[in-house]
Design a protein around this ligand. Structure first.
Ligand SMILES: CC(C)(COP(=O)(O)OP(=O)(O)OC[C@H]1O[C@@H](n2cnc3c(N)ncnc32)[C@H](O)[C@@H]1OP(=O)(O)O)[C@@H](O)C(=O)NCCC(=O)NCCS
Length: 216
């Protein structure tokens, strides 16, 4: 066994993480954890949902690793806050990389990443901390993905691209080679990004254009 793991979150993403870690890793999931005001049920899959505020007492970081499994809501702000707080509490944040992903041997992947099946991560790509790559994306050679990004599904990011931190890339969007997506961008489903983007904007269409300044 790799040891005991606490999943931070108790919603849909946390449930999915539970199954992926259970099926594909040697961790034993021992608890979920949510901030007290968001706890709806004390148990999930027969495991306790521990209040996040007391996690160090109930499941100390000396004996447990953690994985923050929260959705991309509010452009990744909630999952980023919980990632930072969990790290500050002293937990080792582990990453999940599907055995059905293809990750070239010189790729760097940070902590608390969630890499689903059918992702292809090519030669010398770099993936930051707390990045989700949902199923079936292509991350081209030497491309760098910043911390806290959420790449949804069937996204193509070509070679030599840079994606700034906390971006969301919608299903079937693509970024042509060498383009820089600025931080906090929301790239809509099916958008084709052909030139560098402006920070914090929402893009749609082919070629991608600004739809609005930001999402609420
Ligand atoms: C870009 C996006 C965030 C815009 O959402 P929104 O702010 O609620 O915008 P609206 O739905 O009000 O649409 C505004 C206009 O843009 C158009 N539009 C919205 N998203 C579009 C897209 N991805 N491509 C092309 N046009 C789009 C709408 O048709 C609408 O056009 P209209 O004014 O002519 O009727 C959203 O449509 C989107 O693409 N989200 C990504 C979804 C996704 O990938 N989910 C994966 C989950 S894992």
């Amino acid at each position: 066994m790799l040891g005991d793991l606490v999943i931070i979150g108790a919603g849909e993403t946390a449930e999915i993480a539970y199954w992926y870690f259970t099926r594909h890793t040697l961790y034993e999931i021992v608890a979920f954890s949510s901030e007290r005001e968001f706890i709806k049920d004390d148990m999930l899959f027969g495991l306790p949902v521990a209040p996040f505020e007391e996690l160090k007492k109930t499941h100390p970081p000396s004996e447990h690793d953690a994985f923050v499994a929260i959705s991309f809501a509010r452009l990744n702000r909630l999952r980023t806050r919980l990632y930072n707080e969990t790290k500050r509490k002293g937990y080792v944040l582990t990453s999940y990389i599907s055995p059905h992903a293809f990750v070239w041997e010189n790729v760097e992947i940070g902590d608390n990443c969630f890499v689903f099946e059918d992702n292809v991560i090519q030669y010398y790509a770099k993936i930051g901390n707390n990045v989700t790559l949902w199923s079936g994306n292509h991350i081209g050679h030497r491309t760098v993905i910043g911390d806290n990004c959420f790449i949804s599904s069937h996204v193509v990011i070509s070679g030599f691209c840079e994606v700034g931190e906390s971006c969301f890339l919608g299903v079937n969007s693509c970024v042509i080679d060498g383009v820089k997506v600025a931080k906090d961008c929301y790239i809509g489903a099916g958008a084709v990004v052909v030139k560098d983007t402006e920070e914090g904007k929402v893009y749609i269409g082919n070629p991608a254009r600004i739809l609005k300044d930001s999402l609420p």
